[in-house]
Write a protein that binds this ligand. Structure first.
Ligand SMILES: [Zn+2]
Ligand SMILES: [Zn+2]
Ligand SMILES: [Zn+2]
Length: 151
């Protein structure tokens, strides 16, 4: 595998840039929205709604609001949803100018997540598309294993 053509910008955007993106789409910056952006920014790994909720100041909003805000952010392309096969959606902030395409290595014992910067060469998708008569082929892929701490 070689690095993806469009290297994932793992830099964190300033909170003002993120709230600017909300404003740019004529969205109000409510307390919960701003607080959730802050948590996602501080933790550059996919987080479950419950984890985000637990990190919010007590009494700011309920879990249903967290679900709604994450759904809104996903629609706006601010966050990307990942599925690690355990039935719980996880959300991660998408960098500016980055479609959010990247992969994770997940520990099956402690759920530690490593961000992977490499991806398959584009030729593999092109060949799969050509061989099957498909267009616009993409992929989703996560890796699983046992981290050094858990060995
Ligand atoms: Zn582990
Ligand atoms: Zn990630
Ligand atoms: Zn990939």
């Amino acid at each position: 595998m070689k690095p993806h053509a469009a290297a994932h910008s793992r830099q964190r955007q300033a909170l003002s840039v993120l709230t600017g993106r909300l404003r740019g789409q004529a969205r109000k910056i409510t307390g919960p929205r701003q607080a959730i952006l802050k948590i996602l920014r501080a933790q550059p790994h996919p987080l479950t709604s419950r984890k985000i909720f637990a990190a919010l100041p007590k009494g700011l909003c309920d879990l249903a609001t967290v679900y709604r805000v994450l759904h809104l952010f996903e629609e706006m392309g601010l966050v990307k949803r990942f599925d690690f096969g355990d039935g719980t959606a996880r959300f991660e902030l998408v960098g500016e100018g980055d479609a959010g395409h990247h992969h994770h290595l997940v520990c099956t014992r402690c759920s530690e997540v490593v961000e992977l910067e490499e991806c398959f060469p584009a030729e593999i998708e092109q060949r799969i598309a050509a061989e099957n008569g498909f267009k616009a082929v993409s992929h989703k892929l996560e890796f699983f294993g046992i981290c050094p701490e858990c060995q």
